[in-house]
Design a protein around this ligand. Structure first.
Ligand SMILES: [Zn+2]
Length: 462
């Protein structure tokens, strides 16, 4: 195999290895920093927004965490969107002694009215800074209202195939890996709070679908067939609040109010259907009202860049705000002797090695948002050489190889050593070759920058 072909193959392999290493190191670093952060906050800082929120353990913890997140959202005024969904369950029953007219009506309701029922409740939204305290349902909970909760932020990652699972396992269901998964932390809490049947909070927290609205809707839909003669009764079941909160910032992403309603009433049939008399009407209704929050911010296209001398790279800043085109991004460099950045995000390196932080910031509604990119300016390795390309050693002898880098002032001057046959010759991390057994082997170095390879043929004799 030619050296050139050999090298391109090697570069490819090395890139994959490097990507894997970055991935593992990044993950390990992330998990580790989370682990380190865990429990380091003082109790008073439990729910401080710029710290890591402590995992809620009691009903009161959950109430505090959620209330703080909602309160802060109301004050910070991110963009709010909401969506309603309401559906009629399949078990619609009208009457116990089902006359055919009653069945006709039941069918009509299921086929036509259910969609209208859902459409009767419209979505709403509020722009950044608009204030939405009157639109958002603000949870008013006491520990008494809560019948258990679940807070999820841990998942399990297969290090072999990358599949994620909610629960730990002995064997990966995707790839069969039996080394067990790695426990990881999500960036957010997903919390489901179950409300006690008949909890006072039900009346306060689930207010959009006012019973009178539903009663009017049903009355209107029934008007061709029947009069609603008895009050409509609502029984709320399985009421729950679902919340997503950023663990690092305490920002609220989503809050959803979910409940089942068993609706019962009495209908007195009229006109052509009068013969059916009176019947009990039972309607299972599923309601879900969700609120979503979009927080302003800026995000750069890269957070790490490596550049040679006198090169240009473009960074792109994506703004999350009402109208990104209306806002100017300000670019700054922490050290202009190393690299400069222009008004459009073009980074230009100078002739000095070093690390520089490029910051993009923009002002939105009186606040400044920033994101950063670390830029490493360096002299790249262009080739490497080693002390000896050919070696003949007797068993047990050693030889110390040295790598030289070109250009001499290359920033990164490290390499890794490999052998093609450890039964013939081994090599340590410093390039010291030890002759082990009779035969031939290749010992080679690969530079950490550029992945350049230099090979030494080693022959070992008795
Ligand atoms: Zn797997």
């Amino acid at each position: 195999m030619s050296e050139k072909k050999d090298r391109s193959k090697l570069i490819f392999g090395a890139i994959i290895v490097v990507l894997c290493v970055f991935f593992v190191v990044g993950v390990a670093y992330g998990a580790n920093s989370l682990l380190e952060m865990e429990g380091t906050l003082e109790p008073a800082d439990k729910y401080v927004l710029d710290g890591y929120a402590q995992v809620p353990e009691s009903a009161q913890d959950v109430i505090d965490l959620v209330s703080t997140a909602v309160k802060n959202a109301v004050e910070a005024k991110p963009k709010l969107d909401s969506s309603d969904s309401i559906s009629i369950g399949d078990e619609l029953l009208i009457g116990e002694d089902s006359a055919s007219a009653v069945n006709t009506m039941a069918k009509f309701l299921k086929d036509n009215a259910a969609d209208e029922f859902a459409a009767a409740f419209s979505d709403l939204s509020a722009d950044f800074g608009a204030g939405f305290a009157d639109k958002l349902w603000i949870p008013t909970l006491t520990a008494e209202d809560i019948d258990g909760f679940e807070c999820n932020y841990i998942y399990y990652h297969c290090m072999q195939c990358g599949a994620d699972a909610e629960e730990p396992y002995a064997k990966c269901s995707e790839c069969g890996n039996e080394n067990g998964p790695q426990m990881r932390y999500r960036d957010e809490y997903s919390i489901t709070i179950n409300l006690r049947q008949g909890a006072a909070a039900l009346q306060n927290n689930f207010r959009l679908r006012e019973p009178s609205k539903i009663t009017d809707f049903i009355g209107d839909k029934f008007s061709d067939f029947a009069n609603i003669t008895a009050p409509v009764n609502f029984e709320y079941k399985n009421a729950r609040i679902f919340v997503r909160i950023n663990r690092h910032t305490g920002q609220l992403y989503e809050i959803k109010y979910i409940k089942d309603v068993d609706l019962t009433t009495k209908a007195e049939f009229i006109g052509d259907y009068a013969y059916a008399g009176e019947a009990k009407v039972y309607l299972p209704v599923y309601e879900e009202v969700g609120f979503w929050f979009t927080w302003p911010g800026v995000s750069l296209s890269a957070h790490e860049l490596s550049m040679a001398h006198k090169k240009t790279e473009a960074l792109k800043a994506t703004l999350t705000c009402d109208d990104p085109l209306l806002y100017d991004v300000t670019w700054t460099s922490s050290d202009e002797s190393i690299a400069t950045v222009d008004a459009d995000g073009y980074v230009e390196s100078n002739k000095v090695d070093g690390k520089v932080i490029i910051t993009a910031s923009f002002e939105f509604q009186g606040k400044t948002y920033t994101d950063e990119c670390e830029v490493f300016v360096k002299t790249s390795v262009e080739s490497i050489d080693i002390t000896k390309r050919d070696l003949t050693l007797k068993k047990g002898e050693t030889f110390a190889q040295k790598v030289s880098y070109s250009p001499k002032e290359s920033t990164v001057q490290t390499a890794k050593w490999y052998t093609t046959d450890e039964t013939v010759a081994t090599v340590d991390e410093n390039g010291v070759i030890t002759a082990i057994g009779v035969g031939e082997a290749e010992v080679y170095a690969v530079s950490d920058d550029g992945y350049f390879k230099a090979t030494c043929k080693v022959e070992v004799t008795e």
